[in-house]
Design a protein around this ligand. Structure first.
Ligand SMILES: [Fe+2]
Length: 341
């Protein structure tokens, strides 16, 4: 685990995890009182307001003191170590799937405000599992089994969530699907050399168009393409990047593309591929990763085991009070691009 620590990832010891045996019943009871008539975890949606979530958080913390203490330790660990915390065994492995998911949800409520993962259904707990897609549907990493290159989550929204939780229900049995993390500040520092400083400046100053994947689009009209215009490095978020949403953004919004921007992104890709500040590790069943989505880039190796199943929850932190003014672009898909897809 030494590599994890060197890459800014704290490892949380099993004895610090919540006392689920003593508190699970009260946690589930508290959730049921706030989310009435919800039959399964996939149907859990946001409570509708920041205040309602804060109320649930207070109730959870008083019903389950060890859960609150664990979350405090977890978040202090992320802060102290840099970009993430890894919990090799959260302790939910003995519960059936529905309860594991609900207890994970309770944990995330104690961290921040869980945000709806798609515009259509508003569900909070997202199943990261391969599924069939086709046509002009733009599948995202959580929906396929290929390699997921270094990226930050929701880089295509003006205000990406601060925290991302990944919990392993079933790991890939094929040995693939490993997690990779990298500190954005280290990548920034790697670019701060006389030879590449021009690229760093461009990545700080040039707003780039990150296309919004279909499942997350806020404008449901057919043929409408959306992108958020923002630089890779800024003060908040510290880093924002995903290569394929950027390439797609450039294809649909070519007025934001030129040779300098493309060369700067190529320099960024070289720094990421260098892997100096990255760590790769296998997440086991019942393990949890909390990453600071404003500071860390993450990636995943390809896998073939179609039973691989993770749960992902994104949470807003204090950053939602900060002004993030990246504009979102919308336009009708051009005829040539429509025919090319
Ligand atoms: Fe991701």
């Amino acid at each position: 685990m030494q590599d994890l620590k060197r890459a800014g990832v704290a490892v949380v010891a099993p004895h610090l995890t919540p006392r689920w045996d003593a508190e699970a019943f009260d946690i589930l009871d508290t959730l049921a009182s706030h989310h009435r008539h919800v039959a399964d975890y996939q149907a859990i949606t946001g409570l509708g307001s920041e205040q309602a979530t804060a109320l649930l958080k207070d109730d959870l913390r008083s019903a389950a003191p060890s859960l609150g203490a664990f979350v405090d330790h977890l978040m202090a660990s992320v802060e102290a170590s840099g970009v993430a915390a890894y919990v090799p065994a959260l302790g939910l492995g003995g519960f059936e799937a529905e309860r594991r998911a609900r207890l994970l949800y309770a944990l995330t409520v104690c961290i921040g405000e869980p945000s709806p993962t798609d515009a259509k259904n508003g569900r909070i707990l997202w199943d990261v599992a391969p599924r069939r897609t086709g046509g002009d549907y733009f599948a995202t990493f959580s929906e396929h089994d290929g390699e997921a290159a270094f990226h930050t989550d929701t880089q295509y929204y003006p205000a990406p969530e601060r925290w991302v939780a990944l919990y392993v229900m079933t790991p890939a049995g094929c040995g693939g699907g490993q997690s990779v993390l990298c500190d954005g500040a280290a990548v920034r520092a790697a670019l701060d050399t006389p030879a590449t400083r021009w690229a760093l400046r461009a990545l700080e100053e040039r707003p780039l168009p990150f296309r919004v994947p279909s499942v997350f689009a806020t404008d449901p009209r057919p043929g409408v393409v959306q992108a958020t215009l923002a630089p890779v490095f800024s003060s908040c978020p510290g880093v924002r990047y995903r290569r394929d949403t950027l390439l797609d953004g450039w294809a649909h919004f070519p007025e934001h593309h030129d040779a300098e921007a493309e060369d700067a992104v190529r320099a960024l890709e070289r720094a990421l591929a260098d892997g100096q500040s990255a760590v790769r590790f296998r997440m086991e069943r019942d393990s949890l990763l909390i990453a600071d989505n404003h500071r860390a880039l993450h990636a995943r190796t390809a896998f073939s085991d179609q039973k691989r199943h993770l749960l992902r929850v994104r949470m807003r932190g204090d950053e939602r009070r900060e002004a993030l003014n990246a504009p979102m672009l919308s336009k009708l898909r051009s005829r040539e691009l429509e025919m090319g897809e």
